[in-house]
Ligand binder design. Structure first.
Ligand code: SME
Length: 150
């Protein structure tokens, strides 16, 4: 499969969510766009901050862990450091939370609202080194578009 055109995915998200006042529907569509456009992935979805923890939100893939503490796993680290996490091999990431034992690599992008971390976009792959700087840049642009609906 060709590399995804992340600008096109952001435009698609804009077209699907513009003027739609339903946050759950918009978030579910955002997860569906990513899950269907990227090859070699097994999970794509959102965790949002609730009472100081990340809580599972709309996603595609196998059922996943519901709550993640800040600082735990790849998602929790993305919140703690407020920094995108590009993990080539999750088995080498201390504290990685194995929701799906098939996952090998992962990318997690922090999402912001009013300057605060609102949550993360998490994407897992059953292949090591699935994600690179192209994905990091493209997914950051996709998240910027997602932030417009918060
Ligand atoms: N692997 C993640 C947990 C979330 S699941 O992959 C969906 C982590 O370590 O943060």
């Amino acid at each position: 499969m060709q590399k995804p055109d992340y600008n096109a995915l952001a435009l698609q998200l804009h077209a699907l969510t513009d003027g739609v006042p339903h946050f759950t529907a918009n978030t579910a569509n955002a997860a569906a766009i990513i899950y269907n456009a990227l090859d070699r992935i097994n999970w794509a979805g959102f965790y949002f901050m609730e009472n100081g923890k990340l809580v599972l939100n709309a996603f595609q893939g196998k059922p996943a862990c519901i709550e993640i503490e800040v600082g735990r796993g790849v998602c929790g680290m993305a919140v703690k450091e407020d920094k995108l996490q590009l993990v080539a091999n999750v088995h080498k990431f201390p504290g990685h939370i194995a929701c799906d034992p098939d996952s090998r690599s992962e990318i997690v992008v922090p999402i912001h609202k009013n300057g605060q971390v609102f949550g993360v976009l998490d994407i897992d792959s059953p292949y090591t080194e699935r994600f690179d700087e192209y994905d990091a840049k493209g997914l950051s642009a996709f998240v910027k578009e997602f932030e417009r609906i918060l």
